[in-house]
Design a protein around this ligand. Structure first.
Ligand SMILES: Cc1cc2nc3c(=O)[nH]c(=O)nc-3n(C[C@H](O)[C@H](O)[C@H](O)COP(=O)(O)OP(=O)(O)OC[C@H]3O[C@@H](n4cnc5c(N)ncnc54)[C@H](O)[C@@H]3O)c2cc1C
Ligand SMILES: *[C@@H]1O[C@H](CO)[C@@H](O)[C@H](O)[C@H]1NC(C)=O
Ligand SMILES: *[C@@H]1O[C@H](CO)[C@@H](O)[C@H](O)[C@H]1NC(C)=O
Ligand SMILES: *[C@@H]1O[C@H](CO)[C@@H](O)[C@H](O)[C@H]1NC(C)=O
Length: 545
């Protein structure tokens, strides 16, 4: 649709929109007038044109290709196909020399009214991505890592991902903060905060970001550091997707620590739910998790070899250190009768495999249509978890296909290093959340009835999590958000947070070029149109485009 909007209509619509904005949205007065309606997508955009017009400005390594190229499906594949970006052409810089040319690509797109989107791992989940049509600037080949001479930090190019970084550093005697899933782009996670197995010790990824090289929406390349554009450094640490393309960044690294980590995986039946969550609450003690008890997470999901009606509780614990220390902390869990359990000791770069989130594991796989909701909790509420479990059980009986594709994820990091930071120091707003939740429902591509039921269920679970903490607010980690949440629940409720982000937006991206990943300034002030509130489907914000 958007590709067909004519220039004249664009101008008229802009004028109407401005009237609308001035009449209706006081907040909009502080936001610059964006011109994205005029920056229409070129209807005739194709790879040959782009290659002809842009190719000569880039180095020979850069690939430019469209849907007819054999490489296209893999490089545009998404973890969630619910609302994928519409990619017309892929530009893939392939070498160090090309990094400097990303500004040229941005300028070319701007001059031609083409929207652009930086991508890496393809795991971005937000439905706001579905409003994008244009050129994908694929960062995935930019993977150089350079450990600095003092061995306290390293420079990483914008296309590195968790598994690659972990492996590279471990083999050289180091670790750093990454996401926990090997397949996720390090920057994708980092720009929104970045939760991972070292956050108990060292804080989140944003807490270790020293400086970044960023290409802004007008094509200018800037350094963002404590001494250069330092105001933007705060914004990059939790809302970074809104401000630029990161070509490289410097991050703290640390000596790698113990040679092995201990893991213990369990499967329990639903009958043990109260015991499991009581023990989890005792282990985590409301944000006082032993620092080396790095990460446990568990799913409710169907394992039909155990039961066709009752979902299982499948939990995995990873401890930074030896078995005896870990097992002392897990004694309570060992006392809960399990259907299955296994344990062992592996080097850190093997932990993702035993916890089931390595690159080839199911959770990392792309190409599924998913319905998701999220929540941030402090402690688990046993009543809420029992209600959520029973809701799953009901679907296993009434809608087995829906139940078969669903997993209800509970994450418990050790969080000392997260809580130790001043919350005002980063745009990441939720340092008092200790548990990160995700409802993840995989549904068939063309089944509107099941899709509706999945949304109903996803919102029910989210509501139960939040009703289980009646004295706390609804928090949605930006990297788990589905894109339909209110901005305050994603970027923080303190009014100064969004105000500060909007001021940075006005200064560094006045044309709102970066508006496709949970945007702090929404396209065309789209809030006015059909932003429903309340239950079920109405909870979903309608994006234009
Ligand atoms: C299976 C799975 C596991 C996850 N595990 C974790 C976890 O352990 N910890 C955690 O914190 N989060 C986790 N997440 C959430 C994850 O952080 C986000 O989904 C993130 O956006 C993925 O980044 P990506 O590069 O893989 O995806 P992409 O879709 O390629 O990127 C997402 C967005 O990031 C931005 N972006 C990416 N690269 C750049 C760049 N170089 N410069 C500027 N912007 C860029 C773009 O706006 C893009 O739309 C997980 C998600 C999934 C699906
Ligand atoms: C958890 O700790 C916070 C303070 O960090 C406190 O406000 C809250 O009441 C505690 N919750 C429980 C259930 O103890
Ligand atoms: C399902 O349960 C069985 C134990 O009955 C276990 O061996 C198997 O690993 C489980 N599968 C998954 C995917 O959890
Ligand atoms: C637990 O959740 C229920 C609703 O599911 C709620 O009524 C109750 O107040 C919650 N308990 C605590 C301690 O917050």
């Amino acid at each position: 649709m958007r590709a067909l909007v004519s220039l004249a209509w664009g101008r008229l619509a802009t004028a109407l929109l401005l009237v609308f904005v001035h009449l209706n949205l006081a907040a909009a007065l502080s936001v610059p007038r964006y011109s994205e309606l005029e920056a229409r997508t070129r209807a005739d955009l194709d790879a040959n044109t782009v290659r002809r017009e842009l190719g000569s400005r880039l180095s020979p390594g850069t690939l430019i290709f469209g849907p007819s190229d054999g490489k296209f499906p893999a490089i545009t594949a998404r973890w969630n196909t619910f609302a994928p970006p519409q990619i017309q052409v892929v530009v893939q810089p392939a070498s160090e020399a090309d990094v400097a040319k990303i500004g040229d690509q941005v300028q070319y797109c701007n001059a031609n009214g083409i929207d652009f989107l930086a991508t890496n791992g393809g795991h971005g989940n937000s439905a706001s991505l579905g409003t994008f049509t244009g050129v994908q600037i694929s960062m995935a080949m930019l993977r150089t890592i350079t450990i600095q001479p003092n061995k306290k930090s390293a420079w990483f190019q914008g296309g590195v991902y968790g598994g690659l970084v972990t492996k590279y550093l471990w083999e050289r005697g180091f670790v750093t903060t990454t996401g926990s899933c090997d397949c996720v782009g390090l920057l994708g996670a980092a720009l929104g905060g970045g939760h991972g197995r070292h956050e108990g010790l060292y804080g989140m990824v944003v807490d270790n970001l020293l400086q970044l090289n960023v290409v802004l929406g007008d094509g200018r390349a800037i350094r963002v550091s404590p001494t250069s554009n330092s105001d933007l450094l705060w914004g990059m640490k939790g809302a970074g997707h809104n401000f630029g393309i990161v070509t490289s960044f410097e991050l703290n690294i640390f000596p790698r620590g113990p040679d092995t980590w201990h893991y213990h995986n369990y499967i329990w039946t639903g009958a043990q739910l109260e015991r499991v969550f009581t023990s989890l609450n005792r282990l985590h003690n409301n944000g006082s998790t032993p620092v080396n008890m790095a990460l446990n997470f568990g799913f409710f999901f169907m394992n039909t070899t155990v039961s066709t009606t009752d979902p299982i509780l499948s939990w995995t614990f990873a401890y930074r250190g030896p078995a005896n220390e870990a097992e002392a902390l897990l004694a309570e869990f060992n006392a809960i009768p399990s259907v299955y359990n296994e344990q062992g000791d592996v080097p850190y770069n093997g932990v993702s495999k035993v916890q089931g989130n390595a690159e080839d594991d199911f959770i990392c796989q792309k190409g599924n249509k998913r319905i998701t909701t999220t929540a941030g909790l402090q402690v688990y509420n046993l009543t809420a978890e029992r209600l959520i479990y029973n809701g799953f059980r009901a679907r296993a009986i009434s809608h087995p296909t829906l139940a078969a594709g669903a997993g209800i994820l509970h994450e418990g990091y050790s969080t000392a290093g997260v809580g130790a930071r001043n919350p005002a120091d980063t745009a990441y707003p939720f340092r008092s959340d200790h548990h990160l939740m995700l409802f993840n429902g995989v549904i068939p591509p063309n089944d509107p009835v099941l899709e509706e039921l999945a949304w109903e269920w996803a919102n029910e679970v989210k509501d139960m999590w939040n009703a289980g903490q009646p004295t706390r607010t609804e928090n949605n980690y930006v990297n788990y958000a589905n894109g339909y949440e209110d901005l305050e629940t994603v970027y923080g409720r303190e009014p100064w947070r969004l105000a500060r982000l909007r001021a940075l937006k006005q200064k560094y991206d006045p044309q709102n070029k970066f508006r496709f990943y949970n945007p702090i300034v929404e396209p065309r002030e789209g809030k006015g149109k059909g932003k429903g509130k309340g239950k079920g489907k109405g909870k979903r914000r309608s994006f234009q485009g």
